[in-house]
Ligand binder design. Structure first.
Ligand code: SF4
Length: 439
């Protein structure tokens, strides 16, 4: 049996697609293996920042070193955007653009085929892509909380973002297919599904008749199809009041939102081509906080966008500080060639970006601690993961509002819902719980 290994960089969508490719390879008779034993080594790359591109190149070189006799297949966003750089790496056999990923099992089944010399694959324009990436197998692994990718691509063209060029226009999985996939996941003993996409708020706008993410969520909620449904990141202007009110009333959709702010300064938002203002974002977060009980709100910010003055940074800092934000993801600005922001003047020195990121991360940590502390002494429902926490060997699970809880308990509680009383906040920003009952 031929053995394969997949190394994945980047976002949840990439992780999802790697799992889909992995499942298709198993269906085609391949066997998953360790890196140094593989016949086929697939690297699913990322290019969202300069660092991600560098890490992708490192991962490719490392795979070649560890597997001198393996067939090296490179795919993902970096392969889509800069295939010519991959051509310079001796040892890469196949370069497969994003939308051709699902053909990898077919490609590697035929040892004679080799994409390295195929001009069409290098020059494929992602913006011409119309199909939704879909493999036959959609039930993945034994994860307690599998991801289901229901949307791909983006038409927003935020001025700093390479994603619309790497992943093409927005495409959605049809409603019926979403329902069918969630049902399959439930049948394979998953209790929570995370709906994910590159631009989730654009879900279904490309389908005819045009529907919306709200309509999908409404149908899923009515059907009580699964215990928990979680939304991944959603743009502020696409998080409608309808969705917020549905989450408020739902026992199934998690009281957890992840919303990219990027900047709290209107001039910078404008330069970023982000279609909302500071005050809009403020009202949105307050509405969510007032509407949805015990809600967790995660926020993304980009630090050091060109022209980000001290005052502009202060606007972002003070906005986050005053809002009921539960956790932060902080990204230093990374100029991506061929995006409008690449050429903008008033670049921010790396040392300033570093120090602003540090301040922002400290703020994020204190916000998170404050949020978790509110639950000490309270009873919460926890979905226990199928693997234990590595360091402590304890069971680990998440609440609906995305609080990571560590508890003692037997293996039979893996992948079940339990109730726990929150005892204290651990140093590593998880919380300690005492199990009080199981389902
Ligand atoms: S919404 Fe903006 S940041 Fe998000 S993928 Fe699209 S272009 Fe990039």
């Amino acid at each position: 049996m031929r053995k394969y290994v997949i190394k994945t960089l980047g976002c949840k969508v990439n992780q999802y697609e790697s799992e889909a490719v992995s499942q298709s390879l198993i269906d085609a008779g391949f066997e998953a293996s360790q890196e140094d034993e593989a016949d086929i080594c697939i690297i699913n790359t990322c290019t969202v920042t300069g660092k991600a591109s560098m890490q992708s190149r490192q991962a490719i070189r490392q795979a070649i070193r560890k597997n001198p006799n393996a067939r090296i297949v490179v795919t993902g966003c970096y392969a889509q955007i800069e295939p010519e750089k991959l051509l310079q790496i001796t040892g890469v056999h196949d370069i497969v653009v994003n939308c051709e990923k699902y053909k990898i099992p077919e490609l590697v089944s035929h040892s004679g085929l080799n994409h390295r010399n195929s001009e069409n694959l290098y020059n494929f324009d992602a913006r011409r892509q119309q199909d939704f990436f879909q493999t036959k197998s959609t039930v993945f692994g034994h994860r307690t909380r599998p991801f289901l990718k229901i949307q791909d691509g983006c038409d927003a063209f935020c001025s700093y973002c390479i994603v619309p060029y790497a992943r093409g226009p927005s495409r959605s999985m049809p409603f019926e297919m979403v329902l069918e996939n969630i049902k399959k996941l439930k049948d394979s003993a998953s209790h929570e599904v995370v709906l994910t996409g590159i631009h989730l708020g654009a879900y279904c706008l490309d389908l005819k008749p045009i529907k919306s993410l709200f309509e999908l969520l409404y149908i899923l909620n009515e059907s009580k199809i699964i215990k928990r449904l979680r939304l991944s990141s959603i743009e502020p202007h696409e998080l409608s009041n309808e969705i917020i009110q549905l989450v408020k009333l739902s026992d199934m959709i998690c009281n957890h939102f992840h919303i990219p702010l990027q900047s709290g300064n209107d001039d910078i938002l404008n330069k970023m081509n982000r279609p909302y203002s500071r005050s809009f974002f403020k009202d949105l977060i307050q509405n969510i906080h007032e509407s949805v009980s015990e809600v967790s709100i995660g926020v993304d910010v980009i630090i050091g966008f060109p022209g980000e003055t001290d005052k502009a940074f202060e606007d972002t800092y003070s906005l986050i500080n005053e809002l009921p934000v539960s956790y932060l993801h902080v990204f230093p600005f990374s100029p991506r060639q061929n995006t409008p922001a690449f050429k903008l003047p008033d670049k921010i020195p790396a040392s300033v970006i570093k120090s602003r990121c540090k301040q922002m991360r400290e703020l994020g940590n204190s916000k998170k601690a404050l949020f978790y502390q509110k639950f000490i002494g309270k009873s919460v429902a926890v979905l226990v993961e199928s693997t234990r926490e590595k360091k402590t060997g304890q069971l680990k699970g998440f609440t609906s509002n995305y609080m990571p809880v560590l508890m003692d308990g037997p293996d039979k509680l893996k992948n079940t819902m339990v109730h726990a009383r929150i005892e204290e906040l651990n140093k590593n920003m998880t919380v300690k719980g005492i199990m009080t009952s199981n389902e």
